[in-house]
Design a protein around this ligand. Structure first.
Ligand code: GSH
Length: 208
């Protein structure tokens, strides 16, 4: 059984969403990243103390996109991951990684400045720069959605799972206003049954 260590509104939703799309059994353990003390069992899995992480038999993995790629490769094939010879593959690969490396990562300084920094440090140059860089890179998503319903093309893939998390985070916690095309796109991706199940599981509580 795959164990996912995650949190309710964290990047673990990407992992749980992939598991739900693929119909794989898993159990979910909630980690409170703001707690003063962390569960030693979790720290044994990820001594760097961040989520998501998975345990699958002897395999331990950290980093949401890497975990998604592992699950799709180990338990696929799945339409979530187009094969390398598929014409959709280059765009798939690009947007799968853009979602974290190019978008969500830039939002972390914005989130911690807004919600965790001392009042005097909330408005800071670094966080403003990150937000501007995010807006610039968002043009890649908007341009793609102007010509296709999903980021890899006609079909929903894991690239959409990756980028949907980043767009939701931007809207929810960073004051970013998305355009009509991006809103319609989010309605398409988050309207999927597997997303609804993943959200329900993530908010359900702790699996033993
Ligand atoms: N690049 C990592 C980012 C992970 C990350 O930033 N996780 C957040 C929750 S969504 C976290 O645990 N933050 C607390 C920390 O880093 O101390 C991934 O995609 O998994």
């Amino acid at each position: 059984m795959i164990t996912v260590w995650g949190g309710q509104t964290s990047r673990s939703i990407r992992v749980v969403w992939v598991l739900e799309e693929m119909g794989l059994p898993y159990r979910l353990k909630q980690v409170d990243m703001l707690a003063d003390e962390q569960d030693p069992a979790f720290l044994a899995v990820n001594p760097a103390n961040y989520i998501p992480a998975i345990q699958d038999g002897d395999v331990v993995m950290i980093e949401s996109i890497a975990i998604m790629e592992y699950l799709m490769a180990r338990y696929g094939p799945t339409p979530l991951a187009p094969a390398p010879h598929d014409p959709a593959f280059p765009a798939y690969q690009q947007f799968l990684h853009l979602g974290e490396a190019g978008l969500a990562t830039l939002l972390m300084p914005v989130v911690v400045s807004r919600f965790l920094a001392p009042a005097a440090e909330r408005e800071n140059w670094g966080a403003s720069w990150c937000l501007q860089a995010f807006q610039k890179r968002l043009k890649l998503v908007s341009g793609r959605l102007a010509v296709s319903p999903y980021l890899a093309g006609e079909m929903f893939t894991a690239a959409d799972i990756s980028v949907t998390y980043a767009l939701n985070l931007a809207q929810r916690n960073c004051g970013v206003t998305l355009g009509d095309a991006e809103q319609a796109y989010l309605a398409r991706t988050t309207g999927r049954d597997a997303y609804r199940r993943a959200m329900a599981r993530s908010f359900e509580g702790v699996d033993t």
